[in-house]
Write a protein that binds this ligand. Sequence first.
Ligand SMILES: [Zn+2]
Length: 257
Amino acid sequence: MESTVAQRLEALHNLQKIDSRLDSIIKVRGALPEEVQDLEDEIAGYETRVEKFNTDILSLEDEIKKHKENIKESEKLIKKYQEQQMNVRNNREYDAITKELELQDLEIQVSKKKIGEAEIRIETKNRDLDELKDVVKDRKKDLDNKQAELQNIVAESEAEEAKLNNDREKALKKIEDRLAKSYSKIRVNAKNGLAVVLVKRGACGGCFNVVPPQRQADIREKKKLIVCEHCGRILAGVEDEIEEEVAPKKKRSTKAS
Ligand SMILES: [Zn+2]
């Protein structure tokens, strides 16, 4: 069954109304979905840094442990050398042991210095870690708030969105594929998402350029599909200033009650 131009225009205009409403639902969510994603990424980054700090601290603690073992080892040797020194048979042996003792003493000093340095680094890292954990806590709070906000907004429009998507399917069935494709193409390229508009106050409802009276008359006739010469949008009709401005208001108030 071939549809008339008037029927096709009506179907297109209907589809446009559904899509515009869907657009405004998505618009209400605004930047929230993106902000939630950004926060999640930011927190993941901080958490990687927290992990890195923890690994660094662990390896510094390992270092301290090793130096403490070295000190114990040196102390054992010192004890052993001191006992040997009591039983030396000559000065040469005595001096050789003295040198060993000095060497072990030096080893202990080096280890102690390294332990001190590692402890300072651990302290610094722990301080940074505490700061970082505070930041993560704050960001997580932000994220919770934004997620809740987004969920509320989505929940508010969920039912309407489902209905609109359902209506959209039905509306699309009344439009030939080729025409639906053109519609989508115009819509994608239009900044305000409008592919089908009415002539309002003598101008295209999409780009606001003047539509000449003769063209307006052709549009009213609905004998063929007419697009705006300036923006390429489909002109579905000419809005009657008085009637059209009253009618939507009436509709809204009955819907609201
Ligand atoms: Zn236009």
